[in-house]
Design a protein around this ligand. Sequence first.
Ligand code: NAP
Length: 525
Amino acid sequence: MKLQNYVRGEWIEGSGPGDALVDPVTGEELARASTQGIDVAAALDFARSKGQDALGKLTYEQRAELLGKMAEVLAANRAEYFRISQLNSGATEADASFDVDGGVYTMKYYSKVGRSLGAGKRLKEGAQVPLSKTGVFAGQHFLMPVRGAAVFINAFNFPAWGFCEKAAAALLSGVPVVVKPATSTAWLTQKMVADIVDAGILPTGAISILCGSARELLDEVREEDVISFTGSAQNAGRIRSHANVLKRSVRVNSEADSINSTLLGPDAAPGSDVFNLFVREVIREMTLKAGQKCTAIRRVLVPRSNFAAVSEAIAAKLGEVKVGNPRNKEVKMGPVVNKTQQASCFEGLKKLKEECSVVFGGSESFQPIDADPAKSAFVQPTLLACEDGASAKYVHDVEVFGPASTLVAYDDLNDAVDIARRGLGSLVASVFSSDPAFLRDLVLGIGDLHGRVMVVDPSVGKEHTGHGNVMPSCLHGGPGRAGGGEELAGLRALLFYHRRFVVQGPPSLLEALSQESVDASLLYA
Ligand code: NAP
């Protein structure tokens, strides 16, 4: 099977052999993807003209209704998406749910909050600014949806959620989307787009998909387009520094990898509720989606006095995790996505082992349940330990994109803050403690270098949303190494797809322009 591309309102197959999509449990080829021979420039033009015209005629409220219909179609096809997730990503039921249900939830969320923007087509920001003594000349700021295409270059680990979270905000803004999922797991995104197209929900040109490498995309983007990239820090840099992107100042949002940390407070004694919640979260983050989450915990910061107790508690729980073929109902953790990712995890672990000891796992010849290690792409859950975080290098820099975390000892609050900051910008950190002063000082010590900080004390207990779980109502993104991007955060996400401009002129004209505008303060409601 070759995945078809959907461009200019029609399904087209790329030429040449394309790249293979495989089952990471059996190693079997499932499909091929190619964008060879696809006229990417024409695809973008079609989206900018046809898609833009049609979406631009609709109000925010009407577009929100379209999102609601898309969510319904996606929810109706959930079982098929789970099947594809298992085949192409080696996903367990919980992994597939995280991606697919997370995506549908996000789409529904934007449909709901988008309705609150009512019948407007653009946003008005603030009041008129007087610019003349007599009042005949004034200024008014507006936020206008961009008149180009929203180009999504997505990572392999969230083929469903990654597509939904970006598409929801762009379409609600009235901007047509051109999605390029990562080739290795493009099947699921392609099926979702196909279901949306078949349901006839969106106007022609509002959605396009390129299944394959499509490297020429960046050469074809223009001033009025926006690029939203999710993937490795290395490729984020490549995209930001692409000559055409730079020359035309194309707006880019980058969601890159990050060396996220979780911290246990010095007050949390072994066996206490907070200690147990912390251990539970580390296990969940290491094993869910086999650790292939940009938000997963990579560094586990623990007071030196409790280092041994935490190591033992996490290692004991990891020993209970059944790893293998997700078709076996007992299995709780599946493989990484393919042999290339497995090799990259092994390479990263080798580096980490240069400065860490192995507490649990770490074997390359580990035997998964119901799978052949020679054909499959498993990585054993691996817990490492680093007692000297200050002089460690790789621990703060190497992202093993799999089920691996490193315990790092800290001595006091300042030390914990310094170590967390060594990630040089992260998507998320979580803190587990019952000490309000410690929590406050820690959050303030790391807040500027993190997109999100999650705090758990006994009053929160198990009711938190999860270290690695991205809520559409809250910010996703992070500074520095994490890409410097911002996504979600409720309707604030629409800012990326709008451009601010000011009109200076007679107040009557400004009033007329305000007629179809909605107050931008609603984005912060
Ligand atoms: P990746 O190798 O950087 O690829 C990401 C996307 O970029 C893919 O669609 C890839 O296409 C495309 N791409 C690569 N080079 C390109 C170029 N020169 N021009 C245009 N497109 C290019 O990342 P990945 O391996 O798919 O994903 C794993 C990484 O993503 C991890 O590091 C993870 O931390 C990060 N991630 C971050 C977030 C976040 O929200 N911050 C979320 C998920 C994942 P092909 O597949 O066709 O090569």
